[in-house]
Design a protein around this ligand. Structure first.
Ligand code: SF4
Length: 273
């Protein structure tokens, strides 16, 4: 876990999985891949294996060790609902979020159909907890917009969209059942340009539907050059965060013991290392 994040809409990141594979055009310039591959082959580095997908069970307990409440982006360097992350492991991640409920979690995926399936079944214990926000990425009409329907059909207390990188005008979007929208352009080398009219269209629809709107950035090769002002103002709206009480240290240690005991719990599925 990193207790600080440069991502505008979160405080911290927690990566109990590392690595991923590309699934749609929004992945083309995946920042996580670029970062991870930089360290491939560096002995002892967390990304020694580059962007190859692997489970990191030693990271599962980290939110329990973090006493001060944080807003945590889960798996900023992966996709929790990737097909190679077994159900039992996704369930363990959710069990930690259920226990460490003094934090707010933002779980973002491009695998929205698996998110929907699991929230209705093995993750049903976590689906309606209002300190866990479940979201999907949307970049275009072909791949991104259908994920909104999957998310809407998932049982969830809080649902959000990360519309980034926005690659085209999405037209009319059904925002019913959606609690938060983030919009942003792509940044870095080779970044694809985002038109202002595409963003204004989404802002107007959010305002009409009374959905909090967060404008993250214009992007570009040097994103600091273009900033994050839209119509001369910033948009930093977010859903209301619940603040559950922080348990006593003894109770937190008992929770850590539970997570530690998982290391010895056999699973029916192979562990990816
Ligand atoms: S799903 Fe996310 S983490 Fe995975 S390759 Fe695509 S952009 Fe990167």
């Amino acid at each position: 876990m990193s207790d600080k994040s440069s991502i505008e809409w979160t405080d911290a990141t927690w990566n109990p999985v590392r690595g991923c594979t590309k699934i749609s055009p929004g992945c083309k310039h995946c920042y996580a891949e670029t970062f991870a591959e930089r360290f491939r082959g560096v002995p002892g580095h967390p990304y020694e294996q580059g962007f190859d997908l692997r489970l990191i069970p030693g990271k599962l307990a980290e939110p329990l060790k973090w006493g001060a409440p944080k807003t945590i982006f889960v798996n900023s360097m992966s996709d929790l609902f990737h097909e190679d992350v077994p159900d039992w492991y996704v369930e363990r991640v959710a069990r930690v979020m259920e226990m460490a409920n003094w934090h707010t979690y933002q779980v973002l995926t491009k695998r929205a159909s698996r998110l929907r399936e699991l929230l209705a079944t093995k993750l049903s214990f976590a689906s309606m907890l209002d300190h866990i926000w479940w979201g999907t990425s949307v970049e275009d009409k072909k791949y991104g917009v259908p994920r909104i329907e999957e998310l809407r059909n998932a049982p969830a207390a809080v649902r959000f969209l990360s519309i980034e990188p926005l690659l085209e005008d999405l037209g009319e979007v059904d925002l019913s059942g959606i609690d938060w929208v983030i919009v942003g352009g792509e940044s870095g080398a080779g970044s694809r340009k985002m038109e202002e009219s595409w963003v204004l269209n989404l802002r107007e629809q959010c305002m009409k539907a009374d959905v909090p709107f967060f404008f993250k950035q214009w992007g570009g090769v040097q994103k600091s050059k273009f900033g994050r002002l839209l119509d001369n103002q910033t948009y930093d709206e977010m859903p209301r965060r619940v603040q559950n009480p922080i348990p006593l240290k003894a109770d937190r240690l008992a929770m850590l013991d539970i997570v530690d005991s998982w290391q010895n719990t056999p699973t029916t599925e192979p562990v990816i290392v």
